[in-house]
Design a protein around this ligand. Structure first.
Ligand code: OAD
Length: 273
């Protein structure tokens, strides 16, 4: 993978920030998994770009908590499509670099909006998946919970193996609250603070995604955005890298390893782009 010459200076800046760094927060969005060929929500090829689904309703309505109650089969149809896209894909070099950096630096956290579970599969441990994970299912009636590898063996909409009521994925649907335990955990890690904050592949629409970047900036903590496009935070970060997530993270990590005389890591198991 090669990074455009014009970005090299920005990559160098990030590497110099990493040299004295003990704690890093990675905020990630659909753009990171776009490098695994998953669709994003907005922008080119985005899931929400078509105004209506084939069922004649907006996708936000199909994927809402209210619709799951009213017409579970319909909501499950669109959830299954998200899962099917994940099933056909694997984590990429960007997810892998973040996991490797977690093993190298004393304290690394991932705050992800992605429901694909790729950070987990790539080996990251400290993950707040604030919008959940399509692979975690829970019963809408009893307390039964389970993790599934994929949906290939499920009858959609699936029934609880314990009480036969409707199951749902543990994801935040439109109109639903964020999980309080995850919000609490997020508050805690932000309170403890970070030496470096990355925002990667997100359109930065939600306050809980923008706020950690703003708070870091207010405290004088360096902030980095990796996104080929401009977002509301692009003007506010210290370093803006307009490259794809996987190639930018790979360039940063290999540049850092070289600068520190560390043997570069290989052993990549996911898909490279
Ligand atoms: P979006 O689809 O809103 O934004 C994706 C961002 O990634 C855009 O800013 C793109 O420019 C950027 N991008 C595209 N390809 C990229 C690449 N290869 N490398 C880096 N960046 C790239 O996705 P999110 O911000 O994650 O919520 O969306 C946030 C939430 O909106 C989702 O989690 C979902 C949706 O409603 C729920 O489902 C609850």
């Amino acid at each position: 993978m090669s990074i455009h010459h014009r970005e090299q200076k920005n990559i160098e800046k990030v590497i110099s920030h990493l040299k004295n760094c003990k704690s890093i927060l990675f905020i990630t969005g659909a753009g990171l998994s776009a490098d695994s060929n998953l669709p994003t929500y907005r922008g080119i090829g985005g899931l929400y770009n078509d105004e209506h689904t084939e069922d004649g309703i907006p996708i936000e309505e199909a994927l809402s908590g209210a619709m799951l109650v009213r017409r579970p089969a319909l909501t499950w149809r669109y959830i299954s499509r998200i899962e099917a896209a994940c099933r056909d894909a694997v984590f990429n070099r960007g997810h892998q670099v973040i996991a490797e950096m977690e093993r190298h630096f004393p304290r690394v956290w991932v705050l992800t909006q992605n429901v694909d579970g790729f950070h987990h599969r790539a080996g990251s441990k400290n993950i707040i998946d604030i919008h959940g994970d399509v692979h975690s299912l829970c019963c809408t009636h009893c307390n039964h919970r389970r993790n599934v590898e994929d949906y290939s063996t499920l009858n959609i909409p699936p029934q609880c193996p314990s009480c036969s009521a409707l199951e749902r994925p543990e994801v935040v649907l439109f109109g639903e609250m964020l999980p309080p335990d995850k919000l609490f955990q997020l508050e805690k890690i932000l309170y403890e603070g970070f030496h470096l904050v990355f925002s990667i592949g997100t359109s930065s629409l939600f306050p809980y995604i923008v706020q950690p970047v703003m708070e870091a900036r207010a405290l004088g903590t360096p902030t980095v955005e990796i996104n080929p496009d401009q977002t509301d935070i692009s003007q506010m970060v210290d370093v803006k890298i307009t490259a794809r997530a996987a190639e930018a993270l790979d360039a940063i990590w290999s540049g850092y390893q070289k600068a520190m005389g560390i043997n570069p890591t290989s052993g990549f198991n996911g898909s490279d782009t």
